[in-house]
Ligand binder design. Structure first.
Ligand code: GRF
Length: 196
């Protein structure tokens, strides 16, 4: 049975594009929705150009009412009956209530070698620490921020003279390789970890 995948974005959606492009042929999943919390997210136009249904649930009118936002988010998602959620540059922190509903069916990509550098500004922190390598992690989402079971990691060297932007670009290239590999394996029911 083909798994239905909802892709959640907040920005350009480059990971979303690679994930959607990967779900073809004998792939066990297909994209059913691209949803953004921001109406102006560049990834929405890319999704529409790919013929993928889109939705927007703007978080701003809800203010600090996370439950209200997540109720609207859930309604928008359920209309497309996803089996798997992929957070792909989705920049909202989700409550335990929402995560519990989707736990075991929700993935995220984080631009660091977790458990190092949970949270934001990961590349600047790696450079400040003098790390010689960096990378990205795909993990199952749990209530522990950036702390769920790791399903895959990709490593890149930190090069002399690296800036956060230059390192981010090198890591992003690997995100685009890793996330589709992990999603395919996850959609097949295989949780063995991938390292590249
Ligand atoms: C990526 O660096 C990802 O690791 C982080 O946000 C960025 C999303 O980029 N979560 P894009 O929107 O997929 O291009």
């Amino acid at each position: 049975m083909t798994k239905r995948v909802a892709l959640l974005i907040s920005g350009g959606g480059s990971n979303m594009v690679r994930l959607a492009e990967s779900m073809t042929g004998d792939h066990p999943a297909r994209p059913c929705l691209v949803l953004s919390n921001l109406p102006g997210a560049g990834g929405l136009a890319k999704a529409r150009a790919m013929g993928i249904p889109t939705a927007v649930v703007d978080h701003r009118p809800f203010g600090t009412d996370r439950a209200g936002f997540e109720a609207a988010l859930t309604e928008a998602l359920e209309a497309h009956a996803p089996d798997i959620l992929c957070l792909a540059g989705f920049m909202r922190i989700l409550t335990e209530t929402f995560i519990t509903r989707w736990q075991g069916r929700m993935l995220n990509i984080h631009p660091s070698l977790l458990p190092k550098y949970r949270g934001l500004h990961t590349h600047a922190r790696a450079l400040e620490a003098g790390d010689t390598e960096a990378g990205c992690t795909v993990h199952e989402v749990t209530a522990e921020l950036d702390g769920g079971p790791i399903l895959g990691q990709a490593r890149v060297p930190v090069l002399p003279g690296d800036t956060p932007d230059r390192l981010a670009a090198r890591v992003l290239e690997q995100e685009h390789r890793l996330y589709p590999m992990v999603l395919r394996r996850f959609a097949e029911g295989d949780r063995r970890r991938i390292d590249i």
